[in-house]
Design a protein around this ligand. Sequence first.
Ligand code: 6PG
Length: 249
Amino acid sequence: MRLLETFEDGAALSQAAGTEFVALATAAIDARGRFTVALSGGSTPRRLYELLATPPLRDAVDWGRVEFFWGDERAVPPEHPDSNYGAAAAALLDKIGAAPSLVHRMRGEDPDLDRAARDYQLTIARRFEIDPEGPPPALDLILLGMGPDGHTASLFPASPALKERRRWVVRNHAARLGADRITLTAPMLNQGRDLRLLVTGADKAETLKAVLEGPADPERLPVQLIAPTSGHLRWLLDRAAAADLKAGA
Ligand code: 6PG
């Protein structure tokens, strides 16, 4: 599988991502009886979620064996328009009738986000029946995006979470937004079996070139931290985001 794939536009990218989601879900369920996926926030994946909630893709997945997690969450309640959980619930989870026991949202409404992050790590450990103080588990699929500033999940440039090497989930501060978030950390993300970075839009082209073709500088470009220990990373790009990459990328 190629590391990078460029599509004409967001619609074609979402269709390809949806087909991959179904293939990965089917393989995981066949192999291990369930498919664990971390959803991303932002606008790019919304079309993917809507495609997954619509035939034929909706009917190609045994949703009763899919377990949902999140890569990050804003410091808002689930019904808030900025909630990543809320966006995924509206676009996908409510439409497929996801069982609440299989939907594990980060509690962005908790006034103590450090506690919410610790609680989420305990939730993950419980679902994988492992020690919450040990190494992170491998999610089957982790969906990620990239901001124009090179952040992914809520790992923002020069933010404290970039240095986290032990915890799986932490509170992080997004200085540019003046806001706190909850985010999976690089150790947790890089344990994933399959990671898909969905990047669209001309406003990302310059950053994407720096990330993929420039020097390593993860403090400035946190998405460069994404380097799976043994899993498969693929970048799904639209033509506009890939415009500055060397030809044939
Ligand atoms: C979030 C996301 C974030 C997102 C990027 C890209 O909470 O906003 O997790 O990391 O993936 O900001 O967002 P777009 O896909 O909307 O450009």
